[in-house]
Design a protein around this ligand. Structure first.
Ligand code: HEM
Length: 130
């Protein structure tokens, strides 16, 4: 099985429990007060649903789907809108990997590397739109 299929299946196992996204935002917000402050006025239940879809978009683009929705995320996150510092995406990815390790019963270090490799181009697209 190729890397994108492995990650697609891993994400399916992670998404079986809503806790995945609760834990992700706990890790992500704990990584810096600057990050936590960005979500003080956010409806986190809605945000967790939006992120569920956002991560799926990153994986689907790696599987060859159109990147139109990622370009929209690049626009919403750029300096004129949410103004998300390009350096914060490393915190985002590290938090996601911590959450995958916690939730996927079939996690291995190789699978963690596959996640990083598969998501990198999509993350670079969003970050690059800064
Ligand atoms: C909103 C995905 C990275 C902060 C959103 C939304 C999605 C999303 C799907 C909702 C749709 C929208 O408003 O455009 C992603 C993905 C990321 C990422 C896939 C990584 C590749 C980050 C990072 C931060 C961040 C690093 C840093 C703090 C926010 C904020 C909102 C948001 C503040 C708006 C929340 C609100 O409506 O109150 N993100 N995001 N995102 N994201 Fe991200």
């Amino acid at each position: 099985m190729n890397q994108t299929d492995l990650v697609f299946q891993s994400y399916g196992r992670c998404c079986r429990k809503d806790d995945f996204f609760v834990d992700f935002y706990d890790f992500f917000m704990s990584s810096s007060d600057v990050i936590r402050n960005r979500f003080v006025d956010t409806d986190m239940a809605a945000q967790r649903h939006l992120l569920r879809n956002g991560v799926m978009q990153l994986i689907l683009v790696a599987r060859g789907m159109s990147d139109r929705k990622l370009r929209d995320l690049g626009e919403s996150h750029n300096r004129s809108n949410y103004n998300i510092d390009p350096g914060w995406y490393d915190l985002w990815l590290n938090s996601l990997l911590k959450t995958v390790r916690l939730h996927d019963p079939e996690y291995t270090p190789d699978l963690g590397e596959a996640w990083r490799d598969v998501l990198r181009p999509g993350i670079d697209l969003i970050r690059g739109a800064y």
